[in-house]
Design a protein around this ligand. Structure first.
Ligand code: ADP
Ligand code: MG
Ligand code: ZN
Length: 488
């Protein structure tokens, strides 16, 4: 039976969270050999003596991996160390054929960074302790239930895939802050294209260190570490569960033991996996097969100059340049591709706000229905911009545009082509509208009477009839003006 805390008990404690995030780098080849990193190959085919850990095989550091790691670290506002070194972290595991992981210990690639996030309680800065590089292990798949019928399969295709580990300071105080931190990391790595960040494939996974202490206590409480959280929802659930469990344990007179835990998504609970090992258990020592990594100012500056605009900068620019509200700016910068699409559409429309509404509403809605990414949109940014431009210029009513857009989406055609083909032009010619108004007024004498008797709301009915008679194509402004003039 797991204990959970009452709200009164929870209120007595401050929560402390630090995250370790593993990001799989999107290099074509592995970190120390030329084997491909592609996903889904038959087991144990993307392997060579180096990533199989065969005796005598020597690793060679991948330059693209270093550069992606540097970009990632720079996006987290870290200082890149001019010299860093790889270190052996020794432990046995069947999917770790070398018997050690090549990671970094005393001299990591980068340190002293931070991430700024905004939560419901306002802005918050979260420190990034370090970013280091390491190789991934292979993958074990456990099968069977009875002892006599239990197998573990080892696939070493993933062995030697480059990772960065991002270690935060214990600066987060609730699950929402941890969530926002993780969102920042994911978006930044995606914008930089240093990782696909596909959480389902484990390209982005997170260990949550959680402790609690009485408000005002000088020292942190003992932490537990819940490993390999591979979704935002699990991260939040695991933290909330741990907080409740830890408070309940302490409140009932128990002690928290430092340990490694796992999260069970079916139960929404964490459970103990093993007691926590300390750094000295791993017998870290400098990797003798690799020279220290030296990063010159020129190299770092060159990479810095290729840094694309990051989500937070883009959001700020959308607010000042396009006058967008924070929520809209957030939606339109959710991925780099959405931002690119939006900016192209604005260039074509000249109307940032209406374009924002169309991208966020009709376009993203239709794509979501279809399970499509914006890069697969049948409506190009230029075509959407063209449509919005026609609304802004008064050529199309919003209603007509709503009729044209689904056709653009279904057929991939420019709005002009559909307008011509289907005769969907807005009628602004007063002569033509005049004639229709006369017909509608003649057909509805009762409503005209009511209007003249002071019940001016019937004008809505009359406008409706006129729009219906023109199949929605009459310019509503012109209709209103003419109608009012006629009714006196
Ligand atoms: P390890 O590899 O042993 O987990 P690291 O230094 O890599 O150690 O990571 C420790 C993580 O735990 C960091 O993210 C740090 O902020 C966090 N942390 C340290 N102490 C606490 C604590 N008392 N409560 C919550 N998080 C903590
Ligand atoms: Mg750890
Ligand atoms: Zn290899």
């Amino acid at each position: 039976m797991t204990l959970t805390a009452t709200p009164d008990q929870l209120a007595k404690y401050e929560v402390v969270i630090g995250l370790e995030v593993h990001v799989q780098l999107a290099t074509r080849t592995k970190i120390f050999c030329g084997c491909p990193t592609s996903f889904g190959a038959p087991p144990n085919t993307n392997v060579c003596p180096v990533c199989l850990g065969l005796p005598g095989a020597l690793p060679v550091m991948s330059k693209p991996a270093v550069e992606m790691a540097m970009l990632g670290a720079l996006a987290l506002n870290c200082r890149i160390n001019p010299t860093s070194r790889m270190a052996r972290k020794n432990y046995f595991y069947p999917d770790l054929p070398k018997g050690y992981q090549i990671s970094q210990f005393e001299l990591p690639l980068a340190e002293h960074g931070y991430v700024d996030v905004v939560t419901a309680n306002g802005p918050k800065r979260i420190g990034v302790t370090r970013v280091h590089m390491e190789d991934d292990a292979g993958k074990s798949t456990h099968d069977g239930f009875k002892d006599s019928d239990r197998f573990t399969y080892v696939d070493l295709n993933r062995s030697g895939t480059p990772l960065i580990e991002i270690v935060s300071e214990p600066d987060m105080r609730n699950a929402d802050e941890a969530y926002e931190y993780m969102v920042y990391v994911k978006q930044a790595m995606e914008f930089l294209a240093v990782s696909s960040c596909d959480m389902e494939k484990g390209h982005l996974r997170c260990d949550a260190n959680v402790s609690v202490r009485k408000w005002g206590a000088a020292e942190f409480g003992t932490r537990t570490e819940t490993k390999n959280l591979n979704s935002f929802r699990f991260l939040k659930q695991a933290i909330e569960f741990e907080v409740s469990r830890q408070v309940a344990v302490v409140e009932s007179g128990g002690r928290i033991v430092q340990e490694t835990r796992l999260f069970n998504p079916d139960l929404g609970e964490t459970f103990s996996m093993r007691s926590k090992e300390a750094a000295h258990d791993y017998r870290y020592f400098p990797e003798p097969d690799l020279v220290p990594l030296r990063i010159s100012d020129a190299w770092r500056e060159r990479l810095q100059s290729t840094m694309p605009e990051l989500p937070a900068q883009k959001r700020a620019r959308y607010a000042t340049e396009f006058g967008l509200k924070p929520y809209d700016a957030e939606v339109l910068t959710a991925t780099r591709e959405i931002g690119t699409y939006y900016e192209k559409a604005v260039a074509a429309s000249g109307d940032p706000k209406t374009t924002a509404n169309w991208v966020m509403g009709d376009l993203l809605g239709a794509l979501k229905n279809d399970g499509k990414e914006i890069t697969e949109s049948p409506v190009t940014a230029e075509h959407l911009g063209d449509l919005v431009k026609r609304i802004a210029s008064g050529e199309l009513s919003g209603k007509l545009a709503k009729e044209i857009f689904p056709k653009m989406y279904a057929e991939g055609l420019a709005p002009g082509v559909i307008i011509e083909r289907d005769g969907l032009k807005q009628i602004s010619d007063t002569g033509a509208i005049d004639k229709i108004i006369d017909e509608v007024l003649a057909a509805n004498p009762k409503q005209v009477e009511q209007y003249k008797g002071g019940k001016t709301t019937v004008i809505g009915f009359l406008v409706g009839q006129i729009m219906k008679a023109t199949k929605g194509q009459a310019n509503p402004g012109v209709v209103n003006d003419l109608l009012k003039a006629k009714l006196g």
